[in-house]
Design a protein around this ligand. Structure first.
Ligand code: FES
Length: 147
Protein backbone atom coordinates (compact mmCIF):
# COMPACT_ATOMS: atom_id res chain seq x y z
CA UNK A 1 0.00 0.00 0.00
CA UNK A 2 1.24 3.47 -0.93
CA UNK A 3 2.23 5.84 1.86
CA UNK A 4 -0.41 8.51 2.24
CA UNK A 5 0.84 12.03 1.48
CA UNK A 6 -1.79 14.65 2.23
CA UNK A 7 -2.66 17.50 -0.06
CA UNK A 8 -3.03 20.65 1.97
CA UNK A 9 -4.46 23.99 0.86
CA UNK A 10 -3.31 27.07 2.77
CA UNK A 11 -5.38 30.19 2.15
CA UNK A 12 -2.89 32.89 3.11
CA UNK A 13 -3.51 36.56 3.64
CA UNK A 14 -1.34 38.71 1.38
CA UNK A 15 -0.12 40.99 4.16
CA UNK A 16 1.01 38.52 6.81
CA UNK A 17 0.91 34.78 6.19
CA UNK A 18 1.87 35.01 2.53
CA UNK A 19 4.75 37.32 3.40
CA UNK A 20 5.72 34.95 6.22
CA UNK A 21 5.80 32.12 3.66
CA UNK A 22 8.05 34.31 1.50
CA UNK A 23 10.24 34.95 4.52
CA UNK A 24 10.46 31.21 5.19
CA UNK A 25 11.62 30.78 1.59
CA UNK A 26 14.17 33.58 1.89
CA UNK A 27 15.58 32.01 5.04
CA UNK A 28 15.66 28.67 3.27
CA UNK A 29 13.48 27.11 5.95
CA UNK A 30 12.06 23.76 4.96
CA UNK A 31 8.37 23.04 5.04
CA UNK A 32 6.47 20.18 3.42
CA UNK A 33 5.76 20.43 -0.31
CA UNK A 34 2.27 19.10 0.50
CA UNK A 35 1.14 22.65 1.29
CA UNK A 36 -0.25 24.55 -1.69
CA UNK A 37 -0.55 28.25 -0.97
CA UNK A 38 -3.39 30.37 -2.30
CA UNK A 39 -2.91 34.07 -1.70
CA UNK A 40 -5.98 36.04 -0.67
CA UNK A 41 -6.18 39.80 -0.04
CA UNK A 42 -7.36 39.18 3.53
CA UNK A 43 -8.68 36.09 5.30
CA UNK A 44 -11.93 38.01 5.66
CA UNK A 45 -12.46 37.23 1.95
CA UNK A 46 -12.42 33.49 2.65
CA UNK A 47 -15.91 32.12 2.92
CA UNK A 48 -17.01 28.73 4.22
CA UNK A 49 -17.85 27.68 0.65
CA UNK A 50 -14.20 28.17 -0.42
CA UNK A 51 -13.01 25.81 2.29
CA UNK A 52 -15.73 23.27 1.51
CA UNK A 53 -14.95 23.50 -2.21
CA UNK A 54 -11.26 22.75 -1.56
CA UNK A 55 -12.29 19.66 0.41
CA UNK A 56 -14.77 18.66 -2.29
CA UNK A 57 -12.00 18.94 -4.89
CA UNK A 58 -9.84 16.54 -2.87
CA UNK A 59 -7.79 18.56 -0.40
CA UNK A 60 -7.12 16.44 2.68
CA UNK A 61 -6.81 19.51 4.88
CA UNK A 62 -7.31 23.25 4.58
CA UNK A 63 -6.03 26.03 6.76
CA UNK A 64 -6.63 29.73 6.68
CA UNK A 65 -3.61 31.79 7.71
CA UNK A 66 -4.03 35.45 8.49
CA UNK A 67 -2.65 38.37 10.42
CA UNK A 68 -2.37 38.32 14.19
CA UNK A 69 -5.57 39.32 15.96
CA UNK A 70 -5.74 43.11 16.08
CA UNK A 71 -3.37 43.44 13.09
CA UNK A 72 -5.72 42.71 10.17
CA UNK A 73 -5.23 45.38 7.49
CA UNK A 74 -8.97 45.34 6.90
CA UNK A 75 -9.84 45.75 10.57
CA UNK A 76 -11.41 42.43 11.53
CA UNK A 77 -11.16 40.11 8.52
CA UNK A 78 -9.21 37.55 10.51
CA UNK A 79 -11.87 37.48 13.24
CA UNK A 80 -14.55 36.87 10.61
CA UNK A 81 -12.39 34.11 9.11
CA UNK A 82 -11.95 32.53 12.54
CA UNK A 83 -15.73 32.32 12.95
CA UNK A 84 -16.15 30.85 9.46
CA UNK A 85 -13.49 28.22 10.12
CA UNK A 86 -15.26 27.28 13.36
CA UNK A 87 -18.52 27.00 11.41
CA UNK A 88 -16.90 24.66 8.86
CA UNK A 89 -15.34 22.61 11.67
CA UNK A 90 -18.81 22.17 13.16
CA UNK A 91 -20.28 21.10 9.81
CA UNK A 92 -17.49 18.57 9.32
CA UNK A 93 -17.98 17.18 12.81
CA UNK A 94 -21.75 17.00 12.23
CA UNK A 95 -21.31 14.91 9.06
CA UNK A 96 -18.85 12.58 10.77
CA UNK A 97 -15.63 13.98 9.36
CA UNK A 98 -13.03 15.43 11.62
CA UNK A 99 -13.31 19.18 12.05
CA UNK A 100 -9.56 19.11 12.60
CA UNK A 101 -9.15 18.96 8.83
CA UNK A 102 -9.59 22.72 8.81
CA UNK A 103 -7.92 25.30 10.98
CA UNK A 104 -7.29 29.00 11.40
CA UNK A 105 -3.77 30.20 12.12
CA UNK A 106 -2.44 33.70 12.66
CA UNK A 107 1.04 35.12 12.28
CA UNK A 108 2.90 38.31 11.44
CA UNK A 109 4.78 38.94 8.21
CA UNK A 110 8.11 38.34 9.95
CA UNK A 111 7.20 34.93 11.30
CA UNK A 112 8.83 32.77 8.64
CA UNK A 113 9.70 30.14 11.24
CA UNK A 114 6.12 30.00 12.44
CA UNK A 115 4.88 29.58 8.89
CA UNK A 116 7.26 26.66 8.26
CA UNK A 117 6.52 25.06 11.63
CA UNK A 118 2.76 25.41 11.20
CA UNK A 119 2.91 23.90 7.71
CA UNK A 120 4.87 20.92 9.06
CA UNK A 121 2.59 20.42 12.08
CA UNK A 122 -0.64 20.70 10.09
CA UNK A 123 0.66 18.30 7.44
CA UNK A 124 1.57 15.78 10.12
CA UNK A 125 -1.85 16.14 11.75
CA UNK A 126 -3.60 15.44 8.44
CA UNK A 127 -1.22 12.55 7.75
CA UNK A 128 -2.45 11.02 11.02
CA UNK A 129 -6.12 11.69 10.15
CA UNK A 130 -5.77 9.97 6.80
CA UNK A 131 -7.17 10.82 3.37
CA UNK A 132 -10.16 13.02 2.73
CA UNK A 133 -13.24 10.74 2.98
CA UNK A 134 -14.38 11.88 -0.49
CA UNK A 135 -11.20 10.41 -1.98
CA UNK A 136 -11.82 7.13 -0.17
CA UNK A 137 -15.41 7.00 -1.45
CA UNK A 138 -14.27 7.66 -5.03
CA UNK A 139 -11.55 4.98 -4.76
CA UNK A 140 -14.07 2.44 -3.44
CA UNK A 141 -16.56 3.30 -6.18
CA UNK A 142 -13.82 3.00 -8.83
CA UNK A 143 -12.70 -0.41 -7.60
CA UNK A 144 -16.33 -1.58 -7.37
CA UNK A 145 -16.87 -0.85 -11.06
CA UNK A 146 -13.44 -2.26 -11.97
CA UNK A 147 -11.76 0.98 -13.11
FE1 FES B 1 -4.38 39.78 6.93
FE2 FES B 1 -6.90 40.67 7.07
S1 FES B 1 -5.24 41.62 6.10
S2 FES B 1 -6.07 38.80 7.80
Amino acid sequence: MEKFEPEIVALCCHYCAYTAADMAGSKRLCYPPNVKIIRVPCTGKVDAIHIMKALQKGADGVYVAGCLEGDCHFKNGNIRAKHRVKYVQKILNDIGWSGERVDMITMSAGMGERFAQTAAEFTEKIRQLGPNPIKLAVDQKSSAVGE
